[in-house]
Every structure is written in structure tokens, then in C-alpha cells.
Design a protein around this ligand. Structure first.
Ligand SMILES: C[S@@+](CC[C@H](N)C(=O)[O-])C[C@H]1O[C@@H](n2cnc3c(N)ncnc32)[C@H](O)[C@@H]1O
Length: 313
């Protein structure tokens, strides 16, 4: 793989590129889906390796990302099809292009560097911007809606569950007292005051609360639960699915769903516990794939990435 394949010069460096392309094993004449196409880094590698006639369907909920992907993948012409859609509609999107089964699927979850680095999208606690955080700018719920209208208990729950913030109640109380909020820095300051400086922590004190709000706004965990079974169903025998996550909440869900599908399912209500569904996938590697030190040096955002890969039986 060439250096250019790693995406140098792109607004978003594709994470775990050196691992994901060999994991998917792209082949000519085959069909692939990138459910989070972003700036098209992973999609580019899949199309390149499946030349001259492999096909790729790329989905993203962010029209700005699709524009970048379109430019990045232009060299492949009609082999790349890009659609503004959520991966939770995977089966519907496959039906729309007439694909019953596919040979490989990649999901690179979470936000892209373009989204984090655009203050007007409202993802960053370091830059002033509107409290938005939507991947899809036409989705109905923004971060401002949550912090300005949810009750204290619901706010605390979301900050605890999705941000794993121990001081969630304190943060929720501070938010209720200081609202309404309209900008990221206004919120970051109030959260930072409530959390204080945690000795030994390298994280900005608002990191966990911002993560929680982003997950809630985009219903990210629900999307994983809805998409993975569709992805497993859509694979041809021998087809592979690779999922990259960036925090433990996501990885736990992926690991659990993959474990369930990799074991036979038994009817535990029956004394003989008969098998009601055989194992339908195999874990390509029991432990997740992790970035190499060299990648983390080049792209610090890769440091928390984990990739799990399965193969359809
Ligand atoms: C980490 S980036 C992907 C980067 C991409 N792999 C690349 O190489 O450039 C994640 C992308 O997923 C998109 N996304 C998030 N949730 C989505 C969903 N439910 N359906 C489709 N795309 C989604 C985001 O808008 C973002 O562009």
C-alpha cells in the first residue's frame, strides 16, 4: 500500500487503514459497503484494491462529508455510489441498488476530523460555535435542545451513561442553573467549573459531557444495535464486516453482538436446550485490532480506536 493510500493531505486521516483494507480482502467483481464513508479514505482503498470492477456503496448522513467523498472517489467513476442516508437503513439502501448480498462492509463510527474541526458544527469544547453536534444537519434534535429543555434527572442520566462522567449529577445541576445556553464555550465553561480539575487526568473537564451529548443527539448507540444485525444478514458467505469504534461504550456493544452471532443460539426454556440457530459468523480475531505506534504518532485521534472483524459463515 502506498503512502497516498493512507490519506496524507486529506481533511480526515482514515484510521486503521493498514489493517482494515487487508481485513476486508477486497476483490475484483465484488460488492462493498462503506456505511460511514466520511471523506472516502477507507472507500478509496476498497475501490483501489477491488479494481478494475469492484463496486462500492457509500453512505453518510452528513452532506458535507459526501461532497468530499465524491471528489476523493471521482477517479473510480460509477464504481462508487454515494447516498445521503443513515446506515440504520442499510437493507433499504441495498434493495434500492438491487444488491441482495455484499462481500464486505466497513463502519468507522463516530465523528470525523472535518466535523470536530469545524467550529460551526458545535462538536468542539475548545472553539466557539452553536451548540449543535448533529452529524445530519437536517435531523430534528440539537445539543442546545437537550441542555436547554431536558429535566435534571434525564440530563444526569445521559451524562452518566453516555459520558461515563462520575460527577454527572453535579454537572446536570450546574447546567440547569446556568441555562439557557447557545454556544459551545458557554457550556464548556460551566461544565469545567462543575467538574473541576481532576488530578492526574489529561482530559479536558468537559470531554465526557460533550461526548455524552453527541451520542444522545445522534442516537449513536441505538444505531449500532440496529445496523449490525442488518450488516451480518447482508453478507455473503465468506464476506467480512469490520467495525471501528472510539470508546468503550461502542466497543462493548459491538463485542456483545458479534459474540452472540458467533455462537449457536439455544432455546434455554426447553430442558434439552435445543439449538434454534447455528453460529452465523466467525470472529477473525478474538481481540480487537489496534493502531500501531507509528499511526498514533501521525494521527493522535487514532489512539483510542479499536477494530473488530467478523466473517460470515
Ligand atoms: C469517522 S468518520 C468516517 C471516516 C471515513 N472512514 C474516511 O475514511 O474518511 C464517521 C462518519 O460517519 C458518519 N456517520 C455517523 N453516523 C452515521 C450514520 N448513522 N449513518 C451514516 N453515516 C454516519 C459521520 O457523518 C462521519 O462522516
Amino acid at each position: 500500500m502506498t503512502a497516498a493510500a493512507g490519506g496524507e493531505g486529506l481533511p480526515h486521516l482514515p484510521v486503521l487503514y493498514q489493517q482494515i483494507i487487508p481485513a476486508i480482502q477486497p476483490k475484483r467483481g465484488c460488492k462493498y459497503v462503506d456505511g460511514t464513508v466520511g471523506a472516502g479514505g477507507h472507500a478509496w482503498g476498497i475501490l483501489k484494491e477491488s479494481s478494475p470492477d469492484g463496486l462500492l456503496l457509500g453512505l453518510d448522513v452528513d452532506p458535507t462529508a459526501l461532497e468530499l467523498a465524491k471528489a476523493r472517489l471521482a477517479e473510480f467513476g460509477t464504481r462508487a455510489m454515494l447516498v445521503h442516508a443513515s446506515h440504520i437503513t442499510l437493507r433499504q439502501q441495498l434493495d434500492a441498488v438491487g444488491w441482495a448480498k455484499v462481500d464486505g462492509i466497513v463502519l468507522d463510527l463516530g465523528a470525523s476530523s472535518m466535523q470536530f474541526d469545524s467550529p460551526e458544527r458545535g462538536f468542539s469544547f475548545l472553539h466557539e460555535g452553536p451548540l449543535d453536534m448533529r452529524f445530519n444537519p437536517s435531523a430534528p434534535l440539537t445539543a442546545a435542545d437537550i441542555v436547554n429543555t431536558w429535566d435534571e434527572r434525564s440530563l444526569a442520566d445521559v451524562i452518566y451513561q453516555y459520558g461515563e462522567e462520575r460527577l454527572s449529577r453535579k454537572v446536570a445541576r450546574a447546567i440547569i442553573q446556568a441555562r439557557p445556553f447557545s454556544t459551545t464555550l458557554q457550556l464548556a465553561e460551566v461544565v469545567a467549573d462543575a467538574v473541576g480539575n481532576q488530578p492526574g487526568s489529561k482530559l479536558h473537564p468537559a470531554t465526557r459531557t460533550f461526548q455524552a451529548l453527541r451520542i444522545a443527539v445522534n442516537q449513536e448507540l441505538d444505531a449500532i444495535h440496529k445496523t449490525l444485525p442488518q450488516a451480518v444478514e447482508a453478507l455473503s458467505p465468506g464476506g467480512r464486516l469490520a467495525v471501528i469504534t472510539f470508546h468503550s461504550l461502542e466497543d462493548r456493544i459491538v463485542k456483545q453482538i458479534f459474540r452472540d452471532f458467533s455462537r449457536e443460539k439455544r432455546d434455554e426454556t426447553h430442558p434439552m436446550a435445543p439449538v434454534i440457530r447455528p453460529a452465523i459468523i466467525r470472529l477473525v480475531q478474538r481481540k480487537p485490532f489496534l493502531p500501531m505506534e507509528e499511526e498514533i504518532q501521525k494521527n493522535p485521534r487514532a489512539r483510542s480506536a479499536k477494530m473488530r472483524v467478523i466473517e460470515k459463515i
